[in-house]
Design a binder for this molecule. Structure first.
Ligand code: PEP
Ligand code: MN
Length: 357
């Protein structure tokens, strides 16, 4: 007889396409997993359900549930053991990104324009990023803009340009999915899916990105009014999606990009303290984005170095061949020469803390 593992948990059941919540509930009952279904809710897609289980969860019966007709996958998440949490057995889960593993002790640098512009421009950036020692190329194709009249990105054309520029120099790419409809194209063309600060609470989007069959790693930005707990729970949605889809553990990078405080000198206030806190609480690598925090190019380098000193696993920096004429976020883009200087300093700071640049 298999041992009961925990009283009360959350059971997540994936049913086959076209299946209904009743399939999940009945299968769970038939397998004897649930004493009683206390509550059930439709997940963020037609085939996923979560069931709160007040009874004893039994690992053997859980495996049995997964074999029931109509059930594709069943997993239990136990209270007190969130998927994001750092444990003695799982202190860090590096994320593979091209030639590097984010979270292996070094500093991974993702650089590129705020938004992908013309093909020549992104190629110039890719060449310069590669030459300066960056590890990945970024560029937005679906841009979240505060004003609906601001430039919103090139969509799939931009993704293709980014992918071509990255492939040319052998750099993996990072691009944002703004809504659930963008997840497919971004997963098709980019190596990492970014979820922006404005979407940190877009729970259906987080879940969709996690369950996507491509299993792309996710760079999740902290909302500017989000607590550290809220960021971690947002990551939990992605991790849960990944678990339900059968992707390997981890695959999420947390990004501190500045929070809103009473001071308006900089665009946001980089919460440097969040870096060691996140690293203590979670096994997920932590990236610092000095560019969106700064909002002004002269602040980007000092904030980037503060992030490295605080223990960040990586940096996300906006660079542009002609910063002042960037199509979006022109005030915070740094020029290609400044980026070379920043990379030199990043390597020096990384060496100081005992990791490679
Ligand atoms: C971005 O990276 O271009 C971006 C929009 O950042 P954030 O979501 O942090 O504002
Ligand atoms: Mn930007």
């Amino acid at each position: 007889m298999s041992a009961p593992v925990e009283r009360e948990g959350v059971l997540l059941v994936s049913v086959e396409r076209g299946g209904a919540s009743a399939v999940a509930v009945e299968a769970a009952r038939a397998a004897g997993v649930l004493g009683e279904v206390e509550r059930r809710c439709r997940w963020y897609g037609p085939e996923w359900f979560s069931l709160r289980t007040p009874g004893v969860l039994d690992v053997g019966l859980l495996a049995e549930l997964a074999t029931r007709p109509g059930v594709r996958r069943a997993v239990a998440v136990l209270p007190g053991a969130p998927l994001y949490a750092r444990t003695p057995e799982r202190e860090v889960t590096p994320v593979a990104l091209g030639a590097v593993a984010v979270g292996d002790g070094g500093v991974t640098v993702v650089a590129g324009p705020c938004s992908v512009e013309d093909a020549t421009g992104i190629e110039r950036v890719a060449d310069a990023a590669k030459a300066a020692g960056a590890h990945a190329l970024r560029g937005g194709a679906y841009k979240p803009r505060t004003s609906p009249y601001a430039y919103g990105g090139l969509g799939e054309v931009g993704l293709r340009r980014l992918a071509a520029a990255g492939a040319r120099v052998g750099l993996p790419t990072v691009s944002e999915a703004l809504g659930v409809d963008d997840v497919d194209p971004v997963a098709r063309h980019a190596d990492v899916i970014q979820i922006g600060a404005r979407n940190m609470n877009a729970f259906p989007l987080l879940f969709r990105v996690g369950v996507h069959p491509a299993g792309r790693p996710v760079l999740l930005k902290r909302g500017w009014a989000a607590t550290i707990d809220e960021l971690l729970l947002a990551a939990e949605y992605v991790l849960l999606g990944r678990l339900l889809a059968g992707h390997p553990p981890g695959g999420v990078m947390l990004c501190e990009r500045g929070i809103r405080t009473f001071d308006q000198e900089a665009r946001f206030t980089l919460d440097v303290g969040a870096v060691p806190i996140l690293k203590a609480r979670s096994h997920l690598p932590v990236i610092v984005d000095p560019s969106h925090a700064a909002g002004r190019r002269e602040l980007v380098a000092p904030l980037a170095l503060a992030g490295v000193a605080a223990g960040a696993d990586g940096l996300l920096v906006e660079i542009h061949p002609e910063p002042a004429s960037a199509w979006s976020d022109a005030e915070q883009a740094i020029g290609l020469d400044d980026f070379v200087r920043l990379m030199d300093d990043v390597r020096r700071y990384a060496a100081l803390r005992g990791g490679a640049g």
